[in-house]
Design a protein around this ligand. Structure first.
Ligand code: NCD
Ligand code: ZN
Length: 347
């Protein structure tokens, strides 16, 4: 098989940033994807519906002429988020979800949640109104090893929260462990998980063996190979609870190649080529459509995109640029470690 036509895919976890960076990166996502859940961790964060409306306008203004890409906005949950603002923003269609960052867990998460009791009223209102909560699932306790932070979060934070707030719809974002996959599989219809492109390709050796590779550093950090294999099995399984959220997270090279480098991997330009290669390698090209185009809309209760895209397998590897140039400096594009032959056909 060397051609694959599927409904236009969506990205259920994306960082577009703002200003010049937004203008430079949004084209890469809009070229292939119909919609994306837009992460709110700007500086300052997108906290209120007023912030989300303004950010949405800036994204739409940065799109290439004629693009029909739809940003699906989120609000950044803080301990002072007002339940009525969330419910009204969701009811009007302005936002599609609320994002929970445990304070200190990742890039620009300082305004996130420290005391979960303080957000109970807003989570209850979300459960009542079916508004999904996108969760960065890592504890921030300095005593917990960074490779264990996802598993501990499930047991100590997420499960108690879901027991307390019945009916809350949760997306465990960028799941990286067998523990996370098992938790989602046992969790019923109210929980799903996004899987990133990079976590399907890299394990922790790709960050640390043979020299430190800052462009493979992201949060949650990639785990052991056994976990990567479990993620590949889940992504290619056609289980409805698992769908693509690239977590494409651009940082300029200067910010990543530093004594204290930022977490985040930029995968928007080559994600579809990477995924086609991976699914083909697994003998699961027929499962790609579910993962990138169908399971996400089903969870978010949206229609599948009516348009299609076609992936074509070329005879020679596609030459992707190594970097995306931005006015702020170059951003390195993810290197999945193998030649890529599948290309999204552009008319
Ligand atoms: C993201 C970013 O840079 O905003 N970084 C990352 O490593 N994934 C934040 C996040 O999603 O954790
Ligand atoms: Zn992210």
């Amino acid at each position: 098989m060397n051609r694959l036509t599927i409904p236009r895919p969506d990205d259920w976890h994306l960082h577009l940033r703002d200003g010049d960076m937004l203008a430079s990166v949004v084209v890469d996502t809009a070229a292939h994807f119909g919609r994306a859940i837009i992460m709110p961790n700007l500086v300052p964060p997108v906290i209120t519906s007023v912030d989300a409306l303004a950010y949405r306008s800036r994204i739409l203004a940065a799109l290439p002429a004629g693009s029909e890409f739809q940003p699906l906005m989120t609000l950044y949950l803080t301990e002072t988020t007002v339940p009525d603002d969330v419910v009204a923003a969701a009811a009007s269609g302005l936002i599609s979800a609320v994002k929970l960052y445990p304070a200190g867990a990742t890039t620009n998460s300082d305004s996130g949640v420290r005391d979960f009791d303080k957000v109970t009223p807003v989570l209850e209102a979300m459960a009542e109104n079916g508004v999904p909560l996108c969760v960065h699932g890592e504890v921030t306790d300095p005593d917990i090893d960074i490779f264990d932070r996802e598993a501990v979060f499930l047991e100590k934070v997420l499960d108690p929260l879901r027991q307390r707030i019945r009916g809350l719809r949760v997306v465990l974002e960028h799941v990286t462990t067998c523990d996370g996959l098992d938790y989602v599989r046992q969790g019923g219809d109210d929980i799903a998980a996004t899987i990133t492109t990079h976590h399907l390709f890299i394990n922790r050796n790709h960050i640390l063996a043979g020299g430190i590779r800052p462009h493979n550093f992201c949060l949650p950090v990639a785990k052991r190979e056994v976990h990567r294999l479990a993620l590949v099995a889940a992504a290619t399984s056609d289980e409805a609870a698992f769908f693509l959220g690239t977590d494409s997270a651009p940082h300029v090279d200067a910010a990543k190649q530093s004594g204290c480098g930022c977490a985040g991997i930029y995968t928007a330009p080559n994600t579809m080529s990477c995924l086609a290669a991976l699914f083909e390698g697994e003998g699961a090209l027929d499962k790609l459509e579910g993962f990138v185009s169908r399971h996400g809309p089903a969870f978010y209760r949206l229609p599948v995109n009516a348009e299609t895209i076609t992936l074509i397998k070329r005879d020679t590897p596609i030459e992707f640029p190594d970097k995306c140039e931005t006015p702020d400096g170059p951003v390195t594009i993810f290197d999945c470690g193998q030649p890529l032959y599948w290309e999204v056909e552009t008319s």
